[in-house]
Ligand binder design. Sequence first.
Ligand code: NAP
Ligand code: ZN
Length: 348
Amino acid sequence: MKSHGYAAHDTKSPLVPYSFERREPGPRDVVLEIAYCGICHSDIHQVRDEWGGAIYPMVPGHEIVGTVTAVGGDVKKFKAGDLAGIGVMVYSCRTCANCKADLENYSMKQFVGTYNAKDYDGSITYGGYSNNIVCDERYVHTISPKFGDKLSGVAPLLCAGITTYSPMRHWGAGPGKKVGVVGLGGLGHMGLKFAHSFGAHTVQFTTSESKVADAKRLGADEVVISKDANAMARHAASFDFILDAVSAPHNLNDYLKLLKLDGTLCLVGLSEKQLPVAPFSLTSYRVALAGSNIGGMKETQEMLDYCADHGIVSDVEVVSVAQIGEAYERVLKSDVKYRFVLDMATLG
Ligand code: NAP
Ligand code: ZN
């Protein structure tokens, strides 16, 4: 099937228009015409090959919403005209214990990424900075009509949303809990919205003084400028849970010290560099350092439905495909409020 979009050809050059082929839709496949695709910091890490293993040309994008244009004969969940979404995965083994437990995001054979990955048929996957996509219906989500005209704000839920919802649920963010979120970017602002919505006492940590008012508007009970050592010290040994959504190297020990007995610091941010941990940061209050990777298909649908029912979407700046380079530069400067979303109608 013919597709066109924007691709990176190496680690440095700007993304440029690119035409390519996707597989012909099979009986279990759904074809989406893409309306919006979010720009995740993971796109930038991968375009710049910061995690290794980049496959060029690379069409990034894993926060996809659009309209179903065609379905294969065995497809049950969708029909032409339905709204649908695709996140970070487009396939997984379905047979390992984790896939069977609805945790395809932890598939023991590694799920197939929406882009920059090799599919089971040997083809390379291309993501959502494009006009259309073909995907097995098992990896396509239903998007509630309750979102109305807020579809651009739904796109980031497919990665930033589920990546923060899943650990907040797993570690029980809710009433009576003190929960921190580190970094007010695409993931961070969704983590903040969920922690607040689940009823936790929520504290936003930021390096950007300019984001304090926004953090409060987005649901923070308190905001701490993480560069202010005294402000940090006032929260020592007090948190049940902290979600760290920072994209670059930073000091984890500063946050481990803020956990109370048996508290957890969970990393979702994926800095390309290792982050040193002082053993005393862990032993003093028997705290845990953990990580979390997106969420399974079932939980992602649960998150989408929770958002539709609670009026939660991402705060977005909608941009044209011609502005991808500019948007990347602003994300790298932590100047995003709070997710860039590409309007695929601008692809022409
Ligand atoms: P983003 O929008 O760029 O947000 C990152 C935020 O981190 C910035 O807004 C900034 O917040 C803070 N920050 C940036 N540089 C910093 C530094 N040097 N020191 C301290 N704080 C800094 O990125 P994103 O799209 O939310 O993604 C965040 C990270 O999560 C990326 O590494 C991404 O690859 C990763 N990710 C992981 C998963 C997963 O499943 N685990 C899924 C998606 C993305 P302030 O201005 O508030 O300080
Ligand atoms: Zn992402």
